[in-house]
Design a protein. Structure first.
Length: 377
């Protein structure tokens, strides 16, 4: 059982509760911290959140979190009517905005491309949709032709981009699923790129002709960069993970995009045992004229379809705020992980950034460090 001697009184306070949240069986290391932080952001200073929990470790961990976040844990009540402890109710009074700052040590793996951590608010990810013409074995978004589409409306994307630019945002990354399957991708990209430069991630297989070719050609070359997935110089590895014939079509897509005047980045995704293939691929990309700074090698994340890969947690990975039609997440590779969900609506963006900043600040104040940068672009 957790240590409980430092907890506040066990009597239920007579305070008005502004918001209630049922944390169920979550503990502070598996998403409860994000959920509470998000809800504390929705109530006024001095107002009270009532938290329900079945998880005993929360009684040990939450007092420290509340102190670091600047909140007061007013009371804890054990609702048990028998000898077994729990469930519990906790009254938390919102204090001033959580402290900011704190150094973050960056861990990187030399096998993969690396980057400095991005300041929260400078980069923003949008999931345009979740369905895809492929169903890659390691897809972190669990995309496939049968996946729930979860289309982000153009208006949501445009509002997010406008708010992002207003707050000083610099890079907007649009991903999926396969974005070219979004029925309004032309407007989606035009309306967002009007506010901030856009990088669009694609498997480059479906825009060769017809209406999608017209959409591609409509993009502003000065505002839109394409990032195309290609895992190997030859088809063997790429087709094994992504499907027969996908390597050839990706190469054709890269060549077409370059002929149309786009800046093209190429990203390869590997498990450690497949990483030696990166050497051959980099040579191929050089011969295709893809600039060195536009060649990215990234690891598989253990999310979505991937049974193994880099573990993604709040404590281990630098945040890259990510919006989908139905919420916001800590990082784009964590969108199938409810423990990494920051908010249950994508907007307002300020709320999403504030929650992420709060968590980073609390972690920094708590002495946590060593998060790695997991860059998808
Ligand atoms: S990894 Fe990309 S191309 Fe493959 S299924 Fe997922 S979204 Fe589609």
């Amino acid at each position: 059982m957790p240590e409980r001697t430092a907890l506040p009184p066990r009597d239920a306070p007579t305070r008005t509760v502004a918001l209630e949240y049922d944390g169920g069986d979550q503990d502070c290391g598996s998403g409860l911290l994000l959920a509470i932080t998000s809800r504390m952001r929705r109530i006024d200073e001095g107002a009270v959140l009532l938290l329900y929990t079945n998880e005993g470790s929360v009684l040990a961990d939450l007092p420290a979190w509340a102190r670091l976040a600047g909140h007061d844990l007013l009371a804890v009540v054990d609702d048990t009517a028998d000898a077994d402890p729990g469930p519990w109710r906790l009254w938390i009074e919102r204090g001033r905005t959580a402290p900011g700052g704190g150094d973050r040590t960056v861990a990187s793996d030399v096998e993969y491309s690396s980057a400095a951590p991005a300041t929260v608010g400078t980069r923003l990810w949008l999931y345009s949709n979740f369905h895809c013409n492929l169903a890659c074995t390691y897809c972190c978004a669990a995309s496939s032709p049968r996946a729930d589409q979860r289309l982000m409306p153009v208006e949501t994307a445009a509002s997010a981009a406008a708010e992002f630019a207003q707050q000083g945002g610099r890079e907007l990354l649009i991903t999926g699923g396969e974005p070219f399957l979004h029925p309004d991708l032309g407007a989606f990209v035009a309306r967002t790129a009007a506010h901030v430069p856009v990088t669009l991630l694609t498997n480059a297989m479906v825009y060769g002709r017809g209406r999608r070719r017209e959409v591609l050609e409509s993009f502003d070359r000065d505002r839109v960069t394409l990032q195309i997935s290609l895992d190997s110089a030859g088809p063997q590895l790429h087709d094994r993970e992504r499907g027969a014939g996908s390597h050839r079509r990706a190469l054709e897509g890269i060549q077409l995009a370059r002929e149309l005047g786009f800046r093209v980045r190429v990203a390869a995704t590997y498990l450690p045992e497949d990483a030696p293939a990166a050497g051959d691929l980099l040579g191929t990309l050089a011969s295709l004229g893809v600039a060195e700074e536009d060649r990215l090698v990234r690891p598989v994340a253990q999310e979505g379809y991937a049974a193994k890969g880099v573990e993604i947690t709040l404590d281990s990975i630098e945040p890259e705020p990510t919006l989908a039609a139905d919420g916001a997440w800590w990082h784009p590779v964590g969108v199938t992980n409810r423990h990494l969900q920051v908010a249950d609506t994508p907007l307002p963006l300020k709320h999403v950034f504030d929650v992420v900043r709060d968590v980073v600040a609390v972690q920094a104040a708590n002495g946590s460090h060593g998060r790695a940068v997991f860059r998808c672009t």
